[in-house]
Design a protein around this ligand. Sequence first.
Ligand SMILES: [Zn+2]
Length: 146
Amino acid sequence: MEIMTLFKQVAKHLTGRDVMFRWQEPVWNNTSGAAYKSLSGDAIIDVNPGASDPVYTFLHECAHVRLDFSQMAPSAYWRCEPGSQITPEAERAELRALPREDRADQLAKIWLDYSKRYAWRYFAPTLFEGQLLALVDYPKMEIEND
Ligand SMILES: [Zn+2]
C-alpha cells in the first residue's frame, strides 16, 4: 500500500476523523510535527520526514486530534509555507510539560508500543511500514479504553 494512504488510514482509525496528512516540515519552524484545525473544522497533520522518530511524532499528533480537537482554535495557519512561521509559545520545548502534552505523549506511547510489538506480522519491507500496517489493525476495544 502507498505510504501516504497508510498514514491517512492509521490517522482515521486512531482519531475517528478524516485527517489530511502531509509528509513535510510543519509551518512552525524547527518542529517535528503539528496538528491543525482549519477554519472549516478539518484536521490536518504534518510530520517532518527529518523527525528523529517520525512514527512517534505522527502518533503524538494523532493523539492531539483524538484528545484535544474540540479545544483547538480553528485557523488558516496550515496553509502557510513549511517552516515559515515562528513556533507559538505553547509548542515550544520548555512548555511541553503542559498536561495536554503529557496526555498526548502517553497515548502516543501506547500506540507506538503496540506498533513495535506487532509490526513483524505484516512482512513489510521496512519496520516503519510494518508499524503503520499494525496500527491499521489496532483493536477498537483498546482504542475505546485508552
Ligand atoms: Zn504536542
